[in-house]
Design a protein around this ligand. Structure first.
Ligand code: FAD
Length: 503
């Protein structure tokens, strides 16, 4: 095989074992005419032996760039190819666009974007990168610093382009820049939990520029030519169970992580196997397809941080005051962070924890989200409570413990320093009426992914590029598995296929 270093015989053996679908002789005209629907069938008109459930390849559609997955990485990967005039098709197994990205809290760490500059917040991504680099080097988890650098600095380009050229809406920094909240964080228009105001305009803009979206199609296999080079993808039509084959010059895999795949989590991140997944979408299907093609996994055992099942409540601490306590009413963590709370809850074996808040969060910059969560999660909400005794009774925690927690917290506020836990942002007293929300720790993302080149082309284990296939977002170990870095990794793949299509 010319592109990944395997010899042809090895490749054919691997292809059959893995379910890669071969185009005979690479001659598309020679493909069998079946369009699929042979879910349980065997044999074909030629009388040749056949695998049950595998229909011969028959391309029904064709495109320059085929993007698997319509989360933030897939959508962002489409920007450069579509702007360069290429035919771009984005396909998703779900009946909606946006993936996990659509339901994310919406915290995007960016520096030096136009939105920030307009609000008087200066910042230069290259300078920030220079400060971040030693941290990364010390961690030793990054394989390709050039790729990581591009992921880092393209976040700013992404924020500027989606706002200027696609009409994505971000919350004006004025809403929170003087409250003590971090100005390195961009949020969607109405704040936490409003990713539709970023992703829907991006989708619409891509469509207006000529991209097409196809939903309810689950990618199952790469289709390779006789040389073993990928030339398309087989999909299962989730509505009727028929297979559909799409031919493409370049394929970008943006199918997200594997946090919902119990088998993969148990195998690679066993420390998280007993936690539930927040959704059922991130099944690692792109990972498995790439591996079947000769791709190689990287850092599959790298643990991602955890999340609350009330994900958006987890990030309130960046934007307003709250106090978090165990089921015993004891404070256990600084509140001006997000993922440390579920991690501490899980590792400490509490089972669940509470976020206690008051009118300050309800009328602050994230009022829209606080109200939405209080309404949508009424079964997790207690309050309003006029006293700490009432609150403790409603939460079923010992009143003495809760009152002691508040006495210590208020003393820290008076002292201007939280010596016990180190909270810096919103070190402020709460006052009645009090409210509290109960949450449980879940897993929600993964870091492990495919080995790629600096321009995001899939490689085999030795680093040899595999023709025509690029990976981005949470399918890649070095993407960071967060919204803005995944968007930036999408840009990297998009730029790479534009370059490759010039050749
Ligand atoms: C509840 C929650 C809150 C979060 N909050 C934040 C936050 O505030 N900030 C932050 O930075 N990150 C957050 N994250 C993480 C962030 O959402 C992810 O890192 C990011 O969305 C992943 O982007 P992606 O494009 O790689 O994958 P996704 O957005 O998951 O998109 C992958 C897409 O591929 C599709 N797909 C999968 N398999 C196939 C297949 N076989 N065929 C066709 N399509 C397929 C999926 O349906 C999906 O649409 C959050 C995650 C969750 C779950």
């Amino acid at each position: 095989m010319k592109s990944n270093g395997l010899n042809r015989r090895d490749f054919l053996k691997a292809a059959v074992a893995s379910g890669a679908v071969l185009v005979a002789g690479g001659a598309l005209a020679g493909c069998a005419p079946s369009g699929g629907g042979n879910a349980g069938g065997s044999g074909d008109a030629t009388g040749a032996e056949n695998l049950v459930g595998v229909t011969p390849v028959s391309f029904e559609d064709e495109t320059d760039v085929l993007i698997l997955g319509t989360g933030i990485a897939g959508l962002s990967a489409a920007m450069d190819p579509v702007e360069a005039g290429h035919k771009v098709m984005l396909v998703d197994k779900l009946d909606r666009v946006g993936g996990e990205s659509f339901i994310a809290c919406g915290v995007m760490n960016v520096s030096g974007s136009k939105i920030q500059k307009a609000a008087g917040i200066e910042g230069d991504p290259e300078e920030k990168w220079q400060k971040y680099l030693p941290v990364l080097e010390k961690k030793g988890e990054t394989d390709d610093m050039d790729y990581k650098h591009n992921v880092y600095v393209y976040q700013t380009e992404w924020a500027d382009r989606v706002a200027d050229d696609y009409g994505a809406k971000f919350q004006p920094l004025e809403a929170y820049k003087d409250t003590g909240a971090p100005t390195s964080m961009l949020l969607p228009e109405h704040g936490i939990g409003d990713m539709t105001t970023v992703l829907s305009p991006l989708q619409k803009g891509l469509e207006q520029k000529g991209a097409t979206f196809k939903l309810n199609l689950r990618a199952t296999n790469f289709i390779v030519d006789a040389a073993g080079d990928p030339v398309g993808v087989r999909f299962n039509d989730e509505k009727n169970g028929r297979s559909k084959d799409i031919k493409a010059k370049k394929i970008i895999v943006a199918t997200g992580g594997f946090s919902c795949n119990q088998e993969m989590v148990s195998m690679y991140v066993p420390s998280q196997q007993r936690l539930g997944p927040l959704t059922v979408n991130s099944m690692g299907e792109g990972h498995q397809m790439c591996k079947a093609l000769g791709g190689s996994y990287m850092h599959m055992d790298m643990e991602a941080n955890l999340m609350s099942d009330l994900a958006q409540v987890t990030v309130w601490g960046y934007f307003g005051p709250n106090v978090q306590v165990t089921p015993q009413g004891k404070r256990f963590i600084k509140e001006d962070q997000s993922h440390d709370s579920p991690t501490a809850c899980y590792e400490g074996g509490f089972g669940y924890w509470w976020t206690i808040f008051d009118n300050q969060l309800m009328t602050g910059s994230q009022a829209w989200n606080v109200e939405m969560n209080m309404k949508n999660n009424a079964d997790r909400l207690v309050g309003p409570c006029e006293t700490l005794d009432d609150l403790a009774a409603a939460m079923a925690v010992p009143a003495d413990a809760l009152k002691e927690t508040f006495a210590k917290h208020d003393a820290a506020v008076d002292a201007g320093e939280d010596t016990e836990f180190g909270k810096k942002l919103f070190l402020t007293k709460l006052s009645a009426p009090f409210y509290a929300m109960k949450h449980f720790p879940y897993r929600y993302k993964t870091h492990g992914g495919m080995k790629i080149t600096t321009d995001s082309q899939l490689t085999d284990k030795d680093g040899n590029p595999i023709a025509n296939v690029y990976c981005c977002g949470s399918t890649v170990a070095d993407s960071g598995s967060d919204l803005s870095p995944n968007a930036a990794s999408g840009l990297i793949s998009g730029k790479a296929v534009v370059e490759a299509l010039k050749a």
